[in-house]
Design a protein. Sequence first.
Length: 188
Amino acid sequence: MAREHENGTRLPVRVRAVDVDTGAVSVFLTMLDSAVAWLTAAGRPGQWGTEPWSTRPGGEARVESVIRQGHARLAEIDGVPAGGCVFSDTPSAYIDPVDEPELFINLLVTDRRFVGAGVGAALIADARREAASRGVDLIRVDCYGGDDGALIRQYRSLGFTPVTPFTVERPDQPPWPGQLLAMRLNSG
């Protein structure tokens, strides 16, 4: 549930830059573990599996690598981590690059305790500001495209347009259905 002031107004979401030296890896792992638990309880293990990121082989190293290779942001409400985003100039390994500058969101996670508090919207607004400050018109993100498509709908509500569905083949696991989405800052 979203946190509110005593007077009933929503507390503001503060977004700040973080990195591995500021403890971002453990904060992101905690949020990812919480998301995995929620997705599993909701019967939706296809997105990130059922095993917490912090205990899976290579999970911590993978999160650290994503943070080191990109620009990490932490969203906080009343000083409590509520979500995180990592973006870079290059897409995920299974996404084709484009022939123009872009900002690619490599990781976005929100803490379920802050549903409805505008955490995802604040992180996307921060990414938009970053892209604009770099003179970049294109923001792309890929997400899980399976189950009922709820994650795709969430990204659409944040201003993204679905571009291309794709499948990631994984050894000893079922294929992972994905969706590439894009947002243009200037429509002209």
